[in-house]
Design a protein around this ligand. Structure first.
Ligand code: 5AD
Length: 452
């Protein structure tokens, strides 16, 4: 193994989406393969990498705060290397180096393969060190041949696609992650087999618009079927699909393959056609509802979740009400709700200034939406009390003596149990709900025979 005398311990701190979490594991994998030791806190590290998100301003502000905090460590340990990676690093680039002169390295999501060289290239002597920006896009980079460093356990994130070919007018992702790049299907299936050998039985396939996947004549439904049939894989999820690629074939595979979980995250963004058009989402509310009907016809028990943006520039009060109506019509099991956040460089920033919605109005819409979606969620979950479900236990609960896991439908359940249960599947009866999560109790019997 190669050793770098001056920088051996690295700490990676990740913000943002699952793809970023997976990228954090990739960076750790790349560095571990070069002899770095991965440490669990920044105080122990020679190199700290903050792996960032650019999706909303709030996410970036948080990171900037954190990066200046880490600068405190640099005062104690002047040799410390601070790197900022990920989407915000890509977006801000040299600006970030200027704003935060104590940052040594910024690196975008296409350049992680060169992370060890970049770190090695930084001068050991802090006073001689020059800041480095590695921001080129590599249209072929899908990290073939490199291994993520995953934590042990039965669940794994598996990126199958990077980048995005859509141009939703609010979204920064295509500008910081570049165009869509898909991994070869053989590589993916091979990796799944390896993961099974390492004890993985639950997989989440990742991509910015995961169901637009296509490579070597294999499309997403084909790939999903292949992955679901790998011996040892018990649960498969995928995120995030674009509604436009929710096709009859995809739904057929989801319904037919036992391992594919009864869960779908389907970002709607808005319930109004004019807003959807201006967002460049490429579907109407009616088409979205048709897709949902198709999914529910094939998989009646499916749990649906969504993403919604309120106060997109120019959204009228009536148009916002259409979004609330969509929530009542569909009754999503869960909703991730956001206020529109202006992202420099995206098409929506060019909308007329008077279209931008004042913050207090945006906040009021968000609160109404959260209220509606929480109420619906609580009603749905209340109706599910009494069911017996298969739960995969993920970690300790907040209270001592409790563990927490998820059902196939991605509902969170807490129940009495000890940490030795982590990684196991158990039959749990849902006894109560707080609205969002369940409190359950173990029922004896084989998990293979779970029924409702
Ligand atoms: N402002 C607010 N929310 C956004 N999202 C993406 N871009 C923005 C933005 N500029 C939301 C979308 C997306 C989720 C990951 O983040 O709902 O589905």
């Amino acid at each position: 193994m190669l050793q770098n005398a001056s920088a051996k311990r690295v700490y990676v701190e990740t913000y943002g989406c699952q793809m970023n979490v997976s990228d954090g594991e990739l960076m750790e994998g790349i560095l571990a393969a070069r002899g770095y030791t991965i440490v669990e806190n920044p105080e122990e590290a020679d190199v700290v990498l903050v792996n960032t998100c650019a999706i909303r301003e709030h996410a970036e502000r948080r990171v900037l705060g954190r990066v200046s905090q880490l600068n405190g460590l640099k005062r104690e340990n002047p040799d410390l290397v601070i790197g900022v990676t990920g989407c915000m690093a890509q977006r801000m680039g040299d600006d970030l180096l200027e704003k935060a002169p104590f940052v040594d390295l910024v690196m975008g999501p296409d350049s992680y393969r060169s992370l060890p060289q970049a770190i090695r290239g930084l001068d050991d002597k802090p006073q001689e060190r020059k800041q480095l920006a590695v921001l080129a896009f590599h249209s072929e980079e899908n990290y073939k041949g490199l291994e993520q460093r995953r934590s042990e356990g039965p669940s794994a994130w598996l990126p199958i696609q990077r980048g995005c070919n859509h141009r939703c007018t609010f979204c920064i992702v295509p500008y910081v992650r570049g165009p869509e790049k898909n991994r070869g299907p053989r590589d993916i299936v091979e990796e799944v087999r390896g993961l099974v050998k390492d004890g993985v039985s639950e997989l989440t396939l990742l991509g910015q618009t995961v169901n637009s996947y296509s490579s070597e004549g294999i499309d997403f439904p084909d790939l999903l079927r292949e992955v679901a049939r790998v011996h040892g894989i018990r649960r498969v999820r995928f995120t995030s699909p674009h509604p436009i690629d929710v096709t009859p074939r995809l739904v057929e595979v989801m319904a037919a393959e036992d391992a594919v979980c009864e869960q779908l995250h389907l970002p709607a963004q808005s319930g109004n056609n004019r807003t959807l058009r201006r967002m460049l989402r490429r579907y109407t509310v009616e088409q979205l509802l048709e897709k949902i009907e198709m999914v529910r016809d094939a998989i009646p028990d499916i749990a649906l979740s969504t993403d919604i943006i309120v106060a997109f520039p120019g959204e009228t009060e009536d148009e916002f009400q259409d979004t609330l109506e969509l929530m009542h019509t569909v009754r999503f099991d869960d909703a991730f709700t956001y206020k529109y956040s202006l992202r420099e460089g995206t098409p929506a920033t060019r909308l007329p200034e008077e279209d931008f919605i004042p913050p207090d109005e945006a906040q009021a819409r968000l609160e109404q939406l959260i209220d509606v979606s929480r109420r619906i969620q609580a009603e749905i979950n209340q109706d599910e009390v009494g069911r017996i479900e298969e739960v995969l236990i993920e970690k300790c609960g907040r209270h001592k003596g409790q563990v927490l896991g998820r059902t196939r439908r991605n509902k969170v359940v807490v129940f009495d149990g000890d940490p030795t249960l982590i990684g196991e599947y158990r039959r749990i009866q849902l006894e109560r709900t707080t609205g969002a999560t369940f409190i359950g109790a173990e029922r004896l019997g084989s998990v293979g025979a779970v029924g409702v």
